[in-house]
Design a protein around this ligand. Structure first.
Ligand code: SAH
Ligand code: SF4
Ligand code: F3S
Length: 447
């Protein structure tokens, strides 16, 4: 028996879905080493923060947490900072928070067992990447959190170097997994009882077959054909690598969900060029036209940044007009946040904070109206919902449509509450700008 046998750990995660999934893998591999996961800092011997540095606010969170719990070091607790802030700040974290004993970026997680031995001896441990790594973190011990969805990271890292973004510096170069390892994991997920899979990557559609046989689209089709799979999602797609073939595959694959998340960032070609996105407004809209030509209605969502250096009122209006053209079903909107190491940090013509806030509010109000109309169109439809949770106090059960829209529904009298992860038919009776409300049909859950 190793001395780790009785050690407990707590892990808190910030940031994107990839980070949450990394935490599932880190937790799983620690459990396989004999550690026990606990749900509070107080119960834990080892405290992990899996961090995000995409915007300044996200980065500050970990330093607040470390400060809040500093005193617990006296009780013998050890602190580990992993993820994007760890990679970005490296050993500087030890200076800012001397009670931290382990700092590791995402490309070094397969070495965590050795690092834990090191800190067990009272030494400090670091695992930092020099952007040369070709390692992907594959483990059979993923501690999956979602009771209805299994995540698979198919590509790690980012080689795009958008002018505002830290990810290429925090996640290393692009590394794609083999088709076999992705399909093996998909089969394992189904064997574990889940029927929904989400493929992940900072740019999921930049996946490049290490064996040179498949494209992202054909990989997606293969995953959709794994026996037992009911729903396959993928995120995030980069417009630069979004092909017609992806739409063809979605058309031909009934298990592939009716949703594409395609971040545009700005509706102005001038700003897109300054951002180094390497597509124009028209090229983005061309991809939207392909998606709109699909045989079934695909929902489209996006990410938008306001207040990038030099963004004029005219540029901003082009973003609003692009939103009118596309009629997104949802947006994640952000104020530009200057980030270390990125080229945009030295750009002229910074937009004042109040102006960024104003643009963000205008943008969000504009989108709310679009979404109000988009969601209203579903009223009266009968759609399939996957059950995502147990009944709320108000009697509604949370579900989700294939288009990724939350659909909360009531259950007719005398009908049993459907199990989490099952699929039911629901008539939509009301719409909010961000969710639908419906009534489950009295039929049995679909197979
Ligand atoms: N790889 C994806 C995005 C990943 S980051 C893509 O390129 O589309 C998620 C989102 O965070 C980005 O789409 C962008 O909208 C936002 N973001 C990234 N860096 C940012 C910054 N410095 N300030 C504000 N928002 C930022
Ligand atoms: Fe960041 Fe651009 Fe890479 Fe997306 S594509 S993660 S925005 S550098
Ligand atoms: Fe944040 Fe890193 Fe994800 S910066 S958004 S956790 S890739």
């Amino acid at each position: 028996m190793s001395s780790e046998q009785n050690k407990t750990f707590f892990i808190e995660t910030f940031g994107c879905q990839m980070n949450f999934h990394d935490s599932e893998k880190v937790a799983g591999s620690l459990v396989s080493q004999g550690y026990r996961q606990v749900q509070t800092v107080e119960e834990a011997d080892l405290i992990f923060y899996n961090t995000c540095s995409i915007r300044d606010k996200a980065e500050q969170k970990v330093f607040h947490r470390l400060n809040d719990y500093k005193k617990l070091q006296k009780q013998g607790k050890q602190f580990a900072v992993i993820g994007c802030v760890a990679q970005q700040e490296g050993e500087r974290i030890f200076e800012r928070a001397p009670h931290v004993s382990l700092v590791a970026g995402s490309a070094s997680y397969s070495h965590l067992p050795e690092m834990l031995v090191q800190i067990g001896r009272g030494e400090r441990a670091t695992g930092l990447d020099d952007r040369q790594t070709d390692e992907t973190f594959e483990t059979e011990f993923t501690a999956r959190v979602s009771p209805h969805r299994g995540y698979i990271t198919i590509i790690e890292g980012c080689d795009k170097f958008c002018a505002y973004c830290v990810v290429p510096y925090t996640r290393g170069r692009e590394r794609s997994r083999t088709v076999e390892s992705v399909l093996d994991e998909a089969r394992q997920i189904v064997q574990g009882g889940l029927t929904e899979i989400q493929l992940l990557g900072q740019n999921v559609n930049s996946w490049a077959d290490p064996e040179g046989k498949h494209t992202f689209a054909t990989l997606l089709a293969e995953v959709g054909r794994v026996p037992g799979i009911r729903r396959v999602r993928f995120t995030t797609s980069h417009p630069r690598h979004f092909t017609r073939q992806i739409v063809e595959v979605l058309d031909a694959g009934p298990t592939l969900c009716d949703h594409v998340h395609l971040p545009v960032q700005s509706g102005s070609t001038r700003v897109l060029t300054a951002m180094q996105r390497e597509y124009t407004r028209d090229e983005y809209l061309e991809r939207i036209a392909w998606i709109r030509q699909a045989k079934r209605e695909l929902s489209i969502t996006t990410d938008i940044i306001v207040g990038f250096p030099g963004e004029t009122e005219e540029d901003f209006h082009q973003t609003l007009s692009l939103m009118d053209e596309v009629q997104f079903d949802g947006i994640f909107s952000f104020k530009y946040s200057p980030r270390p190491n990125t080229p945009a940090i030295t750009m002229q013509d910074a937009i004042p904070e109040e102006e960024k806030t104003r643009r963000l509010n205008v943008l969000n109000e504009h989108q709310r109206e679009i979404q109000r109309r988009n969601y209203q169109r579903h009223v009266g439809q009968v759609v399939e919902a996957m059950v995502e949770g147990t009944q709320h106090k108000l009697g509604q059960v949370p579900g989700r449509t294939t288009q990724n829209k939350p659909l909360n529904f009531t259950i007719p009298e005398g009908v049993a509450i459907p199990a989490v992860g099952s699929y039911v038919r629901v008539r939509v009776i009301r719409a909010h700008p961000n969710s639908l409300v419906g009534e489950m049909l009295a039929a049995e859950p679909t197979q």
